[in-house]
Design a protein around this ligand. Structure first.
Ligand code: NAD
Length: 420
């Protein structure tokens, strides 16, 4: 039913995420006014980002910051640099952050930022100037107790260092303004690996419930950036057999399992997988349809659709990317009895360690990496169990359960604040 509506109307990413929200609101019997208030972003900003390019010309990019909901705490959300980062995509990602931080029980709301740019086409100094202009353009909306950006697709710790510096030039030294910073500038130990580590915690728990022996589990990972490469490395350490990985240019496979640490070094040095011995090349389309036990999309949105979902041959889908599965594909997985562990659960390790980083900055105190990883594991396990138990008790999907928990918590905070 959801599938038909989504595909016929050609919904935007934001409308697609709202289908998941609407299902939760309906089951929770939220009054119409509350639904309306929770569905729509509270504040949206579109900015112009002019940049002096290295050749002397000026190029003008478009940037966004969408603040979806702050009932449970300051807005929190990454900044994405991608050619398709338009307002509808940023809205979708901002709303996912609201439900994710609530599901993890973090004292945050949800937001997201984006600049429509292909970072691969800019030099380092152009990216530095672009980041400073974007930060200047949104600086009046962000603050450590108001909205805290972090890295996402196409941005990294260096981008956060530039943002912190640009913000600090106006407001004074403020490390808690962004998370995901370099450790030397107040970043948290363990933040770089956190999203991938969170994914590995979820698979460790799920293996028990879905009868997977990790030493025999064949895993396919799409995306080899921050999330994908850490996920592959940590699952390899846990004994899983990583049979295929990819980046934007395509991927490699080996049914006997890839030597991930060596492959990671090769990819870092060569900038791609080409020339890595003992592997066969695959396209990203082929990779998603390879036979495996666990499929982990860890790159971009909307890669699993009504078109390829019927051909996907996995026992379990773990969403490490945000919104990789359309509602149509989600319904197909449900019909085929393939469990989907949703993005707002699987990739929540990043925002959880961002929360640890923010608290360390506010307290001017540094945690050891072991403490970060132990606390992360506790929080991921607790969230997984709450989702698994609710889904099992109510006979609903894991996505529906995760959304219900998140939406219920945000609705309760709105009620308690009494601002309507
Ligand atoms: P990244 O920029 O570090 O890496 C992205 C990877 O995806 C790269 O390997 C890139 O080559 C690949 N890629 C890009 N376009 C592709 C395409 N069309 N097909 C196949 N591969 C493609 O980004 P990241 O931080 O690893 O983020 C990946 C996903 O995880 C995004 O959906 C992001 O929103 C989500 N996420 C990231 C974090 C985080 O902490 N970085 C936290 C939560 C969720």
């Amino acid at each position: 039913m959801v599938a038909t509506v989504a595909s016929k109307r050609g919904l935007t990413p934001y409308e697609e995420v709202n289908l998941f929200f609407d299902q939760a609101a309906e089951r929770l019997k939220l009054p119409d006014g509350m639904r309306e208030m929770l569905r729509r972003p509270w504040r949206e900003l579109r900015v112009q980002v002019p940049v002096r390019m290295d050749d002397g010309n000026v190029k003008v990019f478009t940037g966004y910051r969408v603040q979806h909901n702050a009932a449970r705490g300051p807005y929190k959300g990454g900044v994405r640099y991608h050619p398709l980062a338009d307002l509808e995509e940023v809205r979708a990602l901002a709303s996912l952050m609201t439900w994710k931080t609530a599901l993890m029980d973090l004292p945050y709301g949800g937001s997201k930022g984006g600049v429509q740019v292909d970072p691969a086409l800019l030099s380092n100094s152009e990216l530095n100037r672009l980041t400073r202009r974007y930060t200047n353009a949104i600086q009046h909306l962000i603050a450590p107790n108001r909205d805290i950006p972090a890295p996402d697709l196409g941005t990294n710790a260096q981008t956060m260092a530039w943002m912190m510096d640009a913000y600090g030039a106006i407001h004074g030294y403020t490390p808690a303004i962004v998370t995901g910073k370099p450790v030397e500038l107040g970043g948290s130990l363990g933040r770089d690996a956190a999203t991938g580590r969170g994914v590995s915690c979820i698979l460790e728990q799920a293996a028990k419930d879905f009868g997977l022996d990790l030493s025999k589990t064949r895993v396919v990972v799409q995306g080899f950036g921050n999330v994908g490469s850490w996920t592959a490395r940590l699952l390899h350490e846990m004994g899983c057999r990583i049979v295929a990985v990819s980046d934007v240019q395509g991927g490699v496979r080996n049914a006997r399992g890839l030597d991930i640490p060596t492959l990671f070094e090769h990819h870092r040095r060569a900038g791609g997988f080409e020339g890595f011995p003992g592997t066969e090349a695959v396209t990203n389309e082929e990779l998603l349809e390879l036979e495996c036990d666990v499929l982990i999309p860890a790159a971009i949105d909307n890669v699993i659709t009504g078109r390829n979902a019927p051909r996907i041959k996995t026992r379990l889908l773990l969403e490490a990317a945000n919104h990789p599965t359309t509602p149509e594909a989600d319904a197909i997985f449900n019909d085929r009895g393939i469990p989907v562990l949703p993005d707002i659960l699987c990739n929540a390790g990043g925002v959880t360690v961002s929360y640890f980083e923010w608290t360390q900055n506010l307290q001017e105190f540094k945690w050891e990496e072991e403490r970060v990883n132990t606390e992360l594991r506790k929080m991921m396990t607790r969230a997984y169990q709450s989702v698994y138990q609710r889904a099992t008790a109510e006979g609903i999907t894991y996505r529906q359960a995760a959304f219900e928990i998140g939406v219920q918590r945000v609705a309760r905070a709105v009620e308690l604040r009494g601002f309507v």
